[in-house]
Write a protein of this length. Structure first.
Length: 129
């Protein structure tokens, strides 16, 4: 589906999404997607990812907010030049939708900022939605 990228205060966030057919049941309006995130600290000071806020929107415009500490059970610390990658999942009741959000970061001086997670699409290949 292609990669989507955003950079906030030297923190690069790149996301690529995939439809997972083997975990989906379209006849029951259950569509399962995976997304792979690559976060790279392109700045000059260490930063730590402390929490996340996702906005998940299906093809009907239904919006769900998901918030929590860290990502995949971790709160990674990234020195300048370091990166962190993870894969997670999102179920939808429609064959298309979008995700976006922010990572709450804290730098080595104790300053917090929200790093943008770019809007990316979730689409069943060949779907017209």
């Amino acid at each position: 589906m292609g990669a989507f990228k955003a950079v906030t205060r030297g923190l690069s966030v790149e996301v690529e999404s995939f439809y997972v057919a083997e975990n989906s049941t379209p006849s029951e309006e259950h569509y399962f997607f995976a997304y792979h995130v690559t976060i790279v600290n392109e700045g000059e000071t260490p930063v730590q990812l402390v929490s996340r806020r996702w906005v998940i929107t299906d093809a009907n415009g239904h919006e769900e907010i998901v918030e929590g500490e860290g990502v995949v059970g971790e709160q990674p610390m990234l020195a300048p030049g370091e990166g962190f990658q993870y894969t997670s999942f999102c179920p939808l009741s429609t064959p298309a939708g979008t995700m976006s959000g922010t990572y709450r970061m804290i730098d080595s001086k104790g300053q917090e900022f929200d790093a943008e997670i770019p809007v990316f699409s979730l689409n069943v290949p060949g779907s017209l939605n």
